[in-house]
Design a protein. Structure first.
Length: 151
């Protein structure tokens, strides 16, 4: 169900949907597919926006489809777009979700809560499970440098 309130959301694969293991496919990021499915149910158009191409891109698409996610578009602004490799690969999206954001990847629970704060129970479940998971795992990298942003 696509509504006038729906967003086109471009989502990176490695480090965002799955852990970084390129060129292999890493383990699923906590709640990635639950959140992607919930976003699709809200009517958002999800675009896979990744560095991957060729066989590696096909593997990523197949992996996501095996988890129940079929993207609106892949590395393009809309499904029918013909990519011209001579021009910029930047796509038209309302929002980009990527682990290379300033401050790092926020986590799927926080992302969903930012987009749909009205979904209290779903957000509560994600937030509690993420907090438990993060407590068991030491954080590092940029996230530790910007610690006050994530507490």
């Amino acid at each position: 169900m696509i509504s006038e309130d729906s967003l086109k959301i471009a989502i990176d694969f490695d480090g965002t949907i799955v852990e970084h293991k390129y060129p292999e496919i890493g383990e699923e990021m906590l709640f990635a597919f639950d959140t992607l499915k919930a976003l699709q149910e809200k009517g958002h158009k999800l675009i896979l926006w990744t560095y991957r191409s060729g066989r590696r891109l096909e593997e990523a698409v197949e992996y996501c489809e095996s988890k129940g996610i079929k993207f609106y578009s892949i590395n393009s602004s809309y499904p029918e777009e013909v990519m011209n490799e001579e021009i910029s690969r930047k796509i038209d999206a309302d929002l980009f979700i990527d682990d290379r954001n300033v401050g790092g990847f926020l986590g799927w629970g926080i992302i969903y809560q930012m987009l749909h704060p009205e979904d209290g129970e779903f957000n509560h479940q994600l937030k509690n499970a993420e907090a438990h998971h993060n407590h068991q795992k030491k954080s590092g990298g940029l996230k530790s440098k910007f610690k006050t942003w994530f507490t």
